[in-house]
Design a protein. Structure first.
Lengths: 272, 313
């Protein structure tokens, strides 16, 4: 019996370890690739080379990487702020002040999650053209200021918020918007952190919609830069790897700094 | 989903009315911003493209065709290929990924396993990469002379290089591997959060009653995780049917290439929509029709999944 249990443990660790290695290996390969030439990468070399500086030089001299990076940052930060504010307000409104009409609206809002972006793409594109926002970051940000998934996520999380605190604040004469801003938001930090990671991830990583809206080189985002680099006739793999690292680094930093909240936030929203 | 109204314990009708109007005033206030934005950037496009799908256009000229676009789909070989490719990803890749995620999550929920935090972080890490990034990365790793072939050949698992990305069959396999790499950890986190809400006592009791690991999975874990499994299944279905970034990034030449993947093996419905709008002579009406096929398929598949889960709501 004991030997059998031991064998099971070994198998479990072996399974987890192989999953772990498979998951992490491409990251390692990406870092190694940035230090090698295109020929070495294609040949599958997996040791560090000395080409990091030349690769970086090529990337920064051929493309306006700082400008493109800044574009991505600006778009993502504004989108995240908008999504957090509007989605959490909506989730709060739906949860705390429910009525029959609003429940029906909530149902319709959730249903729109099923509609693929491809179906919205064409009318949205026309809308952006008629607003004169084509090739403009505002067009990109404006269309993604609210996220249905986050409305759902916030509402689920507000369910576990103690209603007595809100009642007490009302008795003390605080206005509803003030209660929301100075009591509810600070108390739900973990939820906001999880939502922020999610929103930043989707915005930073989005590709299709920026590809359609942004057309000139000055307006491009990091993802568009990578796809331009990799669809070239003679792709410079080492240079691509450096660009990939630059575009992945912010995500990894944010994830590691907010990781604790992320897991807590998701757990909190699933409790109901 | 319907929430109960707050219990009406107040005796006078007046107080009740005042409460309803108070509720309404703030209820509408809090959701108004979201509703305006959604009406403009969600509801309007949905309705507009539904109307558009009854028109056929060539450039600037368009004419009303009713359901003609939907009939045209049935004879459109490119569309049928895109449909087949998309469904292949749905049928093969999605179940494997969700099962794998559930396996890893149950293992990581076992308190006897050490280094759970490290495993969890590492396995989730792929989920932070952008779709373009990981597709590009995998394209390089799976090139004919690339790392993967070299590794498999030096370990003598294969004698000839596998034509990843050159052969239609292997191109699909490559994309499936990449998709599994990217999304397994993402789904795992949801399962892990759900598992933490299942009290350990249940498993203790099951163990005392002599239930083995498989029985515990089938009788306790899966039934209690049902809402979350359903959630991941529906979101994965939506994601898979909308597949766009990966196929275009894997295809040599990107979106502008003549075929997406060898023999159009990676052409998905969303890519076809993009092509109809921005690559060929634009036919927005027909593109909208293809988009609505995705909507209908998602609705059907989600409905089936809800029914299978036996969810009464």
């Amino acid at each position: 019996m004991k030997g059998k249990l031991y064998l099971l443990r070994v198998l479990q660790y072996a399974f987890l370890l192989s999953c772990f290695i498979l998951a992490v290996f491409p990251f390692f390969w990406m870092v190694v690739g940035a230090t090698n030439t295109a020929v070495d990468i294609i040949k599958g070399k997996i040791s560090f080379g000395n080409q990091l500086i030349p690769n970086l030089n090529r990337l920064f001299s051929d493309y306006d990487v700082t400008g493109i990076f800044w574009n991505s940052c600006k778009i993502s930060l504004l989108t995240v702020l908008g999504q957090l504010l509007f989605s959490s307000m909506a989730g709060y409104g739906f949860e705390l002040f429910s009525s029959k009409t609003r429940e029906r609206i909530y149902g319709v809002v959730l249903l729109t999650m099923m509609v693929p972006f491809a179906a919205l793409m064409i009318p949205l594109f026309r809308l952006i053209v008629s607003f004169n926002l084509l090739d403009n970051h505002a067009g990109l940000i404006l269309t993604s200021l609210v996220s249905v998934f986050l409305v759902f996520f916030f509402r689920q999380s507000f369910k576990s918020f103690p209603k007595e605190i809100i009642q007490a604040a009302r008795v003390d004469g605080a206005g509803e918007f003030r209660i929301f801003c100075s009591i509810v938001v600070p108390a739900m930090k973990a939820t906001y952190a999880a939502a922020a990671i999610y929103a930043f991830m989707t915005s930073w990583n989005s590709y299709m919609w920026p590809l359609i809206v942004l057309q000139s080189n000055e307006q491009k985002t990091m993802q568009l830069l990578i796809s331009t680099l990799s669809s070239a006739y003679f792709p410079e793999y080492g240079v691509i790897m450096t660009a990939i690292i630059i575009s992945t680094l912010p995500m990894i930093c944010i994830f590691f700094s907010l990781q604790k909240h992320f897991i807590h936030g998701i757990t909190g929203s699933l409790k109901q | 989903m319907a929430e109960k109204l707050p219990p009406l314990t107040l005796s006078s009708l007046d107080k009740k009315r005042r409460k309803v109007s108070f509720n309404n005033r703030y209820g509408w206030f809090f959701i108004s911003f979201c509703l305006i934005l959604l009406a403009l950037f969600m509801l309007y496009p949905i309705i507009s493209s539904l109307i558009m799908s009854t028109f056929s256009s060539r450039g600037m000229i368009s004419r009303y065709v009713g359901l003609g676009n939907y009939k045209r789909l049935l004879h459109d070989t490119v569309f049928l290929q895109a449909l087949k490719n998309t469904l292949l990803f749905f049928i093969i890749q999605m179940p494997i990924m969700l099962f794998l995620a559930l396996m890893i999550a149950t293992l990581l929920n076992n308190k006897a396993i050490k280094f759970r935090g490290v495993f969890r972080t590492g396995i989730f890490l792929p989920a932070v990469t952008s779709l373009v990034t990981y597709a590009t990365l995998f394209k390089m790793m799976f090139s004919l002379e690339g790392f993967v072939n070299r590794f498999l050949m030096t370990t003598h698992l294969i004698s000839d290089p596998i034509p990843w990305l050159v052969d239609p069959f292997w191109a699909r396999i490559t994309v499936m591997i990449a998709l599994t790499w990217r999304w397994t950890g993402y789904n795992m986190v949801f399962y892990l959060s759900g598992l933490q809400n299942i009290p350990d006592e249940l498993y203790e009791a099951a163990k005392i009653d002599g239930a083995n690991a498989l029985q515990q999975l089938g009788r306790i874990t899966v039934p209690l995780l049902k809402p979350i499994i359903l959630f991941t299944a529906v979101t994965s279905t939506i994601g898979t049917l909308q597949l766009f970034d990966e196929p275009t990034s894997f295809a040599s030449g990107g979106v502008t290439a003549a075929t997406i993947g060898p023999g159009n093996s990676l052409l998905t419905m969303s890519v076809y929509i993009y092509n109809l709008c921005f690559k060929y002579m634009p036919n927005f009406g027909y593109a909208a029709t293809v988009a609505y096929v995705i909507v209908i398929l998602v609705a059907i598949l989600a409905f089936v999944q809800f029914k299978l889960a036996g969810d009464r709501r």
